[in-house]
Design a protein around this ligand. Structure first.
Ligand SMILES: [Fe+2]
Length: 191
């Protein structure tokens, strides 16, 4: 069983920057609930889980992706704050960090361990993509609507939809980590 303590340890550095204790606790709870529902039983399974089944991930795991996207979006916000004389749209860092850790939490339901050390699309995954299942899990633990917007609208489901600025930042960081891998596979990434 994957515990709250496991999740707190895996994401210690990011969780430590979430100031609101209730938000931090609910973020951890959503992860534990998604692991439970998706049948993820050990940290070792989680560590071996790829972040997508859509392209060759070159060994980048789901946990690594989650951290890279969250830190990428965080750095993008900080860079704007540092460069602009006046920031036109204030960034809520608690929302950005919680949203980053949770943006793909629905993948724990979309994929399942295949029993051979790999993973495959689950029945839930055939019925809905991770932005939908992730939003459902986050709603269940009582996360605020703005964090639900990050989860629900970070991918193509959110194209053209109203978004909080933290969703925009997570979306960009997400695709900055995904597109180069797709391009590598297609042979369009110049190296
Ligand atoms: Fe992602």
């Amino acid at each position: 069983m994957i515990t709250e303590q496991d999740i707190r340890r895996l994401f210690a550095s990011i969780l430590g920057r979430i100031k609101n204790e209730d938000l931090r606790a609910k973020t951890v709870r959503a992860w534990v609930l998604a692991c439970e529902r998706g049948g993820w039983k050990s940290v070792a399974d989680l560590e071996a889980m790829p972040f997508t089944l859509l392209t060759n991930t070159q060994g980048i795991s789901f946990l690594e992706h989650t951290i890279a996207v969250t830190e990428g979006a965080y750095a993008l916000a900080k860079a704007q704050e540092a460069a602009y004389r006046k920031m036109p749209y204030p960034v809520d860092y608690d929302r950005l960090l919680a949203g980053g850790l949770l943006h793909d939490v629905g993948k724990l339901l979309e994929f399942e361990p295949d029993g051979k050390g790999g993973c495959r699309k689950s029945r839930s995954g055939s019925c809905m993509r991770h932005p939908i299942s992730g939003t459902a899990v986050a709603y269940e633990v009582g996360l605020p609507s703005e964090v639900l917007n990050v989860i629900a609208c970070h991918a193509k489901e959110g194209d053209g939809r109203p978004q909080v600025v933290e969703t925009v930042l997570i979306h960009q960081a997400d695709f900055a980590t995904f597109d180069p891998l797709v391009m590598m596979e297609k042979g369009t990434l110049i190296r």
